[in-house]
Design a protein around this ligand. Structure first.
Ligand code: SF4
Length: 451
């Protein structure tokens, strides 16, 4: 969500004449778009702001803006801790940022806007000339679920869906500007449109599927309680919908799920996984897990491990529980010791490593379809023009597996044309977080494209 918001900010500021720089020392305006979902993210934001003090001293004309969830939640505290900040803006006022910048420039005073009462912007004008091959489009904001460990409903507000025609138009504009794959974003995309009586999420996916030039569709994040049969069937019926779902479970224990206010049981989750696999036997399933939630007994943690053994996820984002101010669980009194949480986290990650390795290994010798995103990070360059040095390229399979592949030097002239193309790659090696392969060539030695 923050990546998408940062793109929106960039697009809006380009009309004020601002351009992106990758050297913070050269910047006239530094915008820190913060996250507060975990304690570490919050600490990182404050430590980055601390480093900015030095820069501001050396360059007094430098403007510093802080936005996102931390700014929404801690505006007063930010002003106290880092009084040199010029702009503080909340999660619902992105559209007003250009005006806030002008106001701070004009008055020399800190401009603050963390108002959540207004409707966040629904339609969006995209000013950027190009968009990445794979990009995000927000379909809704906020959340109504109030999981007890989470601050999102407090810092991003109540759930609001964008109009389907606005979403579709934005995807079309981005496709015209170069996007081939869209990830539809929301805190709980499965409940898209329900509150407002708009189209359902599966209907929105069908509309996106009809967009000419768009090659792939992904979405995140799904709430298991709202995963409908229609959405499950969309994996079978929509050819552009990728073969992957991220379905956060958070715990394998019904007692802990109840305390988390997740509103589903382990059995209901398993049933949905069964339905998904009956429709798409090879669908990649990833999840989120929180270990060491207040009151989690050893036996309840064992239930989480047992669930992992039953499902064998393709990937996992796991975290040790940490208190978030505003979230109800921060006042629960049966907190676990840090050591216990850490130990459980390591155990969980260790178990997952085995499944990820096994799942990745199953791709060896298979030919997969890869959407080419650009030179691999390993080349230390993200500029497609620097191709003469960039032999390693990267892309993803529909299952969201990263595939790195090497092109022969004789292919250099056509490398450029590969960006954004769906090519066939034979997988030769499975690493812990990625796959390695070689593009499949035809009889003339030319790279073959996926049908
Ligand atoms: S569904 Fe729960 S965890 Fe996800 S954003 Fe909403 S409150 Fe937070």
């Amino acid at each position: 969500m923050n990546v998408y918001d940062s793109g929106t900010i960039l697009s809006d500021l380009s009309i004020l004449g601002y351009k992106l720089t990758d050297n913070v020392k050269k910047a006239d305006l530094v915008i820190i778009n913060t996250c507060t979902i975990r304690e570490k993210a919050e600490q990182k934001a404050f430590s980055f702001l601390g480093r900015m003090a030095d820069l501001k001293n050396k360059k007094p004309g430098l403007m510093i803006a802080i936005g996102g969830c931390l700014a929404q939640q801690e505006a007063k505290n930010i002003l106290k801790r880092v009084p040199f900040v010029d702009i503080v803006f909340g999660t619902n006022v992105l559209g007003r940022l250009p005006a806030l910048i002008r106001q701070a420039e004009k008055t020399g005073e800190t401009a603050i806007d963390v108002d959540m009462s207004g409707k966040s912007r629904s339609a969006l004008t995209i000013h950027a000339k190009k968009t990445p091959i794979t990009d995000y489009v927000t379909i809704m904001r906020g959340c109504d679920n109030y999981c007890t460990y989470c601050v999102v409903p407090y810092v991003r507000g109540r759930e609001t869906s964008r109009l389907p025609e606005d979403v579709v138009n934005e995807i079309k504009i981005r496709v015209k500007k170069g996007m081939k794959e869209v990830t539809l974003l929301g805190q709980n995309v499965n409940s898209y449109g329900k509150k407002e009586g708009l189209s359902s999420f599966s209907e929105l996916l069908a509309m996106a599927n009809d967009i000419e030039g768009l090659q792939r569709i992904r979405f995140t994040t799904s709430h298991p309680k709202d995963l409908s049969l229609n959405l499950i069937h969309a994996f079978r019926d929509l050819e552009k919908l990728c073969n992957h779902i991220h379905l956060p479970i958070q715990s394998g224990s019904n007692k802990i799920l109840k305390k988390m206010n997740r509103k589903y049981t382990r059995e209901a989750y398993l049933e949905k996984i069964g339905s998904l696999r009956s429709v798409k036997p090879d669908i990649a399933i990833t999840t989120d897990m929180i270990v060491g939630f207040p009151g989690e007994a050893e036996s309840e943690f064992a239930e989480t491990l047992d669930l992992m053994k039953t499902i064998e996820f393709d990937g996992l984002f796991a975290f040790a529980y940490s208190d978030r101010q505003l979230a109800p669980a921060s006042s629960f009194n049966d907190k676990l010791e840090e050591g216990v949480k850490k130990e459980r986290l390591l155990k969980l990650l260790d178990l997952q490593k085995e499944y990820t390795r096994r799942k990745n290994k199953a791709f060896i010798n298979k030919i997969v379809t890869v959407l080419v995103e650009g030179p691999s990070k390993k080349n230390n360059s993200d500029k497609p023009n620097a191709i003469s040095q960039d032999l390693q390229w990267t892309g993803r399979t529909p299952e969201n597996k990263i595939v790195n592949f090497t092109l022969d030097r004789t292919d250099l002239s056509c490398n450029d044309h590969l960006l954004g193309k769906l090519i066939n790659v034979r997988i030769e090696k499975a690493l812990s977080n990625s796959l390695k392969g070689t593009p499949v060539t035809d009889i003339k030695g030319e790279i073959t494209y996926a049908a």
